[in-house]
Design a protein around this ligand. Structure first.
Ligand SMILES: Nc1ncnc2c1ncn2[C@@H]1O[C@H](COP(=O)(O)OP(=O)(O)OP(=O)(O)O)[C@@H](O)[C@H]1O
Ligand SMILES: [Mg+2]
Length: 461
């Protein structure tokens, strides 16, 4: 048994089907079923119904849902609310976070490390946006309220999302909501509940037993002079919806009791495995990387770590990778491709300029196509921008260069074969932070380098 919480998301792309009413009231009913079970609720919506139902007094005002995606510890943003339910105050606008929340597993990773226990209920916007996707990805149970045939039709995208990410469809349960129990049909389906349930089952969707009827009592709980939203459990006892919610909460609760696995535990394991794989790949790259300068051959190591390196270079087939002194490569580029003599007056200024602009660039050395003959080899030197788009290139004849020149040394160490010929491969060169050169071999940075390298490969002639 894991100590990760059980995550329930209430979701439907259709607006106004009762998601928020369901999420907030379910929290109260679940808490009532087992007072010892922590129940935490938050909403990606900006309607503040959660706050209006649970906030005690003016609240502690410490945090809000947007803070989930910062490094703030969760204890600081979760508030203890009315009816024993914990909640995270709603945020007015989550859109500024979109650039940071660019994957579906971010919320799951955060919750898995949050220390939250018991049950977490997430209310979502009527939209399969990245926040809803994050909630779905982290969920043990997804409740989809449907009020009519069109809203049932909307389930298609949700199931497609589950299929695409290979999540188990059995986590999803449809719940007919806001039904008018006065409407009756003649024929096989006696009322809208039977009809919706029939439609759902026909499509292979699993349903909760029962439904939530449309009730004037529920609507009235939103409107009062105190500006609060009251739960059905405390203010709507004796109504049908009270019985319906109690019945639903029992089903949800039994589902939790009957399920030993927790989605967050699986996410945590996957994250752990991934970081082990990343670590192993980093160590493997690090052990293969040359620790002496690819140009001058002098060691770059200090205390067993590469230091004093200014550039990283890797052949496009990944066979050779290593570092170069800052000066060695700057000098090489200036002399051979910018026509600056090492002793000229302009050298100092130009080197400074080159070094500065190099942080925004990727450099490539590649044989010029059609010059494969032994005596007439031409070498092209490219500069690409941060996005991997070509900025400039220049070609030079290699034959006139002495074997001992710095450029020939670099080629011999990387893309040239033993007889000095250049093949199809190119050499990709990138500036590194001089205090932490090996950082470029960590999976995040290395993945960026690889992606840009791939883009460059497609542009080279
Ligand atoms: N069982 C019910 N009976 C009557 N009215 C209800 C019921 N459930 C919800 N409502 C009302 O219907 C409206 C929409 O409900 P709610 O806000 O819960 O839906 P929602 O799906 O969260 O909407 P949105 O998609 O805009 O977030 C609200 O005014 C709410 O009070
Ligand atoms: Mg809502």
């Amino acid at each position: 048994m894991t100590n990760q919480p059980y995550i329930i998301t209430v979701s439907s792309e259709k607006g106004g089907v009762g998601k928020t009413t369901l999420a907030t009231n379910l929290a109260v009913y679940l808490k009532a079923l087992n007072e010892d079970l922590p129940v935490t609720l938050f909403s990606f919506d900006n309607h503040f119904s959660v706050d209006q139902m649970f906030r005690i007094g003016r609240g502690s005002g410490e945090g809000e849902v947007a803070d989930l995606f910062t490094d703030r510890p969760l204890q600081e943003i979760v508030e203890l609310g009315e009816y024993g339910v914990q909640f995270i105050p709603s945020s007015r606008d989550l859109s500024p976070l979109r650039s940071r929340v660019d994957r579906v597993d971010i919320l799951g990773r955060i919750l898995a490390n949050s220390g939250l226990q018991g049950i977490v209920i997430i209310d979502t916007r009527p939209d399969l946006d990245v926040f809803t996707q994050n909630a779905l990805f982290a969920s043990d149970r997804v409740i989809v309220p449907v009020k009519d045939a069109p809203s049932l039709e909307n389930c298609r995208n949700l199931y497609a999302f589950f299929d695409r990410l290979q999540l188990p469809r059995r986590a999803i349960r449809v719940l007919p909501c806001l039904l008018d129990s006065r409407v009756h049909y003649s024929g096989t389906f006696k009322d809208s509940y039977q009809l919706l349930k029939g439609y759902a089952i026909n499509r292979g969707y699993r349903c909760f037993e029962g439904y939530i009827a449309k009730s004037p009592k529920v609507e009235s709980l939103n409107t009062n002079p105190e500006g609060r939203v009251y739960p059905i459990l405390t203010h709507g006892r004796g109504t049908d919806v009270h019985l319906q919610f109690a019945h639903l909460a029992r089903q949800v609760y039994l589902g939790i009791r009957g399920d030993d696995e927790r989605r967050l535990a699986a996410i945590k394991t996957a994250v752990h495995d991934e970081s082990l794989r990343d670590e192993a790949a980093y160590l493997e790259r690090n052990s293969r990387a040359h620790s002496s300068c690819l140009v001058c051959g002098r060691s770059l190591l200090a205390d067993g770590v590469v230091s004093q390196a200014g550039y990283f270079a890797e052949t496009s087939d990944g066979r050779v990778l290593g570092f170069m002194h800052d000066d060695c490569f700057n000098q090489l580029a200036l002399t051979h491709f910018h026509g600056v003599a090492p002793t000229s007056a302009a050298e100092g200024t130009l080197k400074g300029f080159f070094r500065e602009s190099a942080t925004q660039a990727y450099f490539v050395l590649h044989r010029k196509p059609g010059t494969s003959g032994y005596f007439r080899q031409e070498l092209s030197f490219y500069r690409f921008d941060q996005a991997g788009l070509e900025v400039s290139h220049k070609s030079i004849m290699l034959d006139s260069l002495s074997k001992s020149s710095d450029l020939q040394q670099l080629l011999a160490a990387t893309i040239a074969s033993a007889d000095g010929r250049l093949g199809e491969e190119f050499l990709l060169i990138r500036k590194v932070h001089s205090d932490t050169p090996e950082e470029i071999l960590t999976s995040g940075e290395y993945a960026v380098l690889q992606a840009v390298g791939e883009k460059i490969r497609r542009q080279l002639p």
